[in-house]
Unconditional design. Structure first.
Length: 318
């Protein structure tokens, strides 16, 4: 389609501001719509636009943030909550949670004029509004309460991340919970398991699946001596110290730990594997009975995870 200078300018300005472009309701809007029909431009939400090539290169979380920034500009009175607020606060969470919707706090339910991509979550009139990175959001505690509707294994990473950032405390969330209309049981369960010592969303997810399989709670980020560098002790993800003297260590290694050999500034795959072998040997010399490595595929399959942890003799709760 023929280049439209005003459309190009609108899209480029939005890209620099890391948001979607906003239609003007007039000729420019119709020019954008024509480009949506021919595939040059995408419209992820009514009256929001982005160049198709630019949009497809963004991650799902980046796409959500582009929509949120544009909608905050278009609707300055909206207060984002739930997963949308967690994105703004940059809390760790799974990209699989993003489904193209945005969450706002509202004193009323949905109405017939709402887009299908808008999800209103009830909030009282006296709710406090925070401004974070220029975007109106619910407080961190309120955000966690609204995120409790997410699956436990996905919501836990958001709770851990908020506590790790010291944005809120368990007591603050619990106090607000008692004053709110929410799923108290879900919030209480998440608070019981939330722990800022877990360093990333992957560890939170792995732990949540361990709990679903009824394994005993491990210790987190336990230090062991590193003979190669005493000032930098080894810190393990999950550790069980049993009454019979056995020490079982489990590490969550994610999916790409050994895959990227293209960056010349990183150690080679061989060097990484050698480091892991040497580290595991040092841990055993420090009294660790077994060191077990989990990958994404192991954690995603509960039956497979159960077999690995059972073979490692990790204790279960009776």
């Amino acid at each position: 389609m023929k280049t439209h200078k005003e459309v190009e300018k609108l899209l480029r300005t939005a890209e620099r501001e890391q948001r979607c472009a906003i239609g003007d309701g007039g000729k420019l809007y119709h020019a954008l719509r024509r480009r949506v029909q021919c595939g040059e431009v995408t419209s992820p939400y009514p009256n929001l636009f982005a160049a198709a090539s630019y949009w497809s290169a963004l991650s799902l979380e980046q796409q959500s943030m582009h929509m949120i920034r544009a909608l905050a500009k278009l609707h300055p009175k909206w207060i984002f909550t739930g997963l949308s607020a967690a994105c703004v606060y940059q809390y760790d969470h799974s990209h699989t949670l993003h489904d193209g919707t945005v969450n706002i706090a509202s004193t009323r339910g949905a109405n017939k004029h709402d887009s299908k991509g808008l999800h209103r979550i009830y909030a009282p009139n006296n709710m406090k509004c925070y401004l974070y990175r220029g975007i109106p959001v619910t407080s961190p505690a309120h955000t966690l309460i609204d995120c409790a509707t997410l699956p436990f294994d996905r919501a836990l990473s958001i709770y851990d991340s908020a506590l790790r950032c010291k944005h809120t405390t368990k007591l603050e969330v619990e106090t607000l919970m008692l004053q709110s209309v929410c799923d108290e049981q879900a919030v209480k369960t998440l608070l019981r398991h939330a722990n800022p010592l877990r360093e990333n969303g992957g560890e939170s997810w792995a732990y949540a699946h361990m709990m679903q399989l009824r394994y005993a709670r491990p210790l987190f980020q336990v230090n062991f001596n590193n003979p190669d560098n005493p000032n930098a002790p080894y810190r393990v993800d999950f550790c069980w110290k049993l009454h019979d003297g056995r020490i079982i260590v489990v590490e969550y290694d994610g999916v790409a730990k050994y895959k990227d050999a293209s960056n010349l500034n990183r150690a080679s795959i061989k060097a990484k594997l050698e480091y892991e072998r040497r580290r595991d040997q040092h841990l055993k010399e420090e009294g660790v009975t077994s060191v077990n490595h989990l990958f994404y595929e192991d954690v995603a399959d509960l039956q497979r995870l159960d077999m690995i942890l059972s073979a490692a003799k990790v204790p279960k709760v009776r």
